[in-house]
Write a protein that binds this ligand. Sequence first.
Ligand SMILES: Cc1cc2nc3c(=O)[nH]c(=O)nc-3n(C[C@H](O)[C@H](O)[C@H](O)COP(=O)(O)OP(=O)(O)OC[C@H]3O[C@@H](n4cnc5c(N)ncnc54)[C@H](O)[C@@H]3O)c2cc1C
Length: 330
Amino acid sequence: MNVKRYDDCVRSSQKNQDEIFWYQGTLHHVFDGGWMWVIPFNNHQRSTNPICSVGVNFDSRRFPKTNLSAEKEFQNFLTKFPDIAIQFEDAKPIRNWVSTGRLQYSSSSCRGERFFLLPHAAGFVDALYSFGLVNTCTIIVPLAARIMKAIGSNNYTKEHFADLENLQQKLFDYNDNLVNCSYIAFSDYNLWDAWRRIWILGSSMRQWKAGVQKSLKINAGKAKELSTLDFEKNLDYLTPSFEGLGDRFFSEATAIVEKFQQSQLSANEAAQKIMSAIEVIDFLPPNYLGLADVANKDLDVASEFGSAEQKRFLFLILLRLGMLVSVLEP
Ligand SMILES: Cc1cc2nc3c(=O)[nH]c(=O)nc-3n(C[C@H](O)[C@H](O)[C@H](O)COP(=O)(O)OP(=O)(O)OC[C@H]3O[C@@H](n4cnc5c(N)ncnc54)[C@H](O)[C@@H]3O)c2cc1C
């Protein structure tokens, strides 16, 4: 409790650039070798919960686990980062401190006779990009369709679930690469600044290509085409991809960051290469989300879209509902 709003700690005298304040969402502090989450539950006017969730993730290769208590470890961490420490000057814990070992795990297979492991049971990489519930929802929709088919035919053969296992592995691999390169890039401001743009690009490209951004202008034919896609059999639409940039765009970007890790590129060289790869994308609107402008550090997707964003989300929800209906109807 009593974790300060970070907005008040660092820029009380400045006008906020964002339409959304940091304390209103999940705040990530990133540092060389790890990151920290600060998730306040008293983040809006009608909040009744004064508690804030706080956690620090260390790369255990850089910061091997010690015998120190979790509380002492946290205090040592704050001593190293006085700019973060300000936020916790008045904070007091309301439950026991918890420290744990390595968080990552994965199963070699997630399907068997009459079972299928959902994403969080099958594997976990890192909470950095909050893929947990998204991945679970991604798998549940086509899994439900397959289970109903299995019930209908009384045939639970695990082969029927092979493509889903394949998709689940792709979701893990994408998250794994994204997180790994993030931890590498945390050590250099410019490289991290470039790499987070790859993440934003990957999160928005599919919607952009699908015309969702132009959802309000979508014509009847296109809407029909979207609603009649065979969501059950064709899993391509759920597979992480950088639509229109080719299969290699993401792997080439990760290779650049890994070259920095292997000392084959300096951090600035790697950052410039990534920015160049973004700059040459010629089919996005000029300065799409400000991603290609290295001087623009305020990549605020919410304020970029304003009220149109709300309409876009509504469309996405409708699209999802359409998917569920198409799956649930026999
Ligand atoms: C530190 C951290 C931060 C995260 N942050 C985010 C985030 O910001 N956004 C996001 O989307 N996701 C996040 N996630 C992931 C998210 O929490 C999971 O994806 C989600 O909780 C998975 O839901 P689930 O129901 O599949 O599994 P769980 O929530 O793990 O539920 C499984 C339940 O089954 C119970 N259980 C296990 N074995 C048995 C048994 N044999 N008998 C009976 N019960 C049993 C368990 O006790 C548990 O209650 C985070 C995860 C972690 C660890």
